[in-house]
Design a protein around this ligand. Structure first.
Ligand code: ZN
Length: 78
């Protein structure tokens, strides 16, 4: 047990989490997945409306024991 590492809320392990992220694709290449507030809204061509809205990059840390993903909206998307 490592007291400086928070316990996994799923399995209780204190083995720690591996840092990671959820890649997403868009025309031109891959990006880091993003979090946006609210519910998805789609335009006439079924594309997701996102311009002018807050969007933050998502960090996805994985529990080393059970695989639980802990998602964090961490900062402005690049
Ligand atoms: Zn776990």
């Amino acid at each position: 047990m490592n007291p400086s590492v928070p316990a996994c809320p799923s399995c209780g392990s204190t083995d720690g989490f591996d840092a990671g992220y959820l890649p997403d694709s868009q025309p031109g290449g891959m990006i880091v997945g993003r979090w946006m507030p609210g519910v998805p809204e789609f335009g006439l061509l079924k594309g997701l409306k996102w311009r002018g809205r807050v969007h933050l990059e998502v960090r996805a840390d994985r529990c080393r024991r059970c695989g639980l993903l802990a998602l964090y909206a961490v900062g402005p998307a690049r």
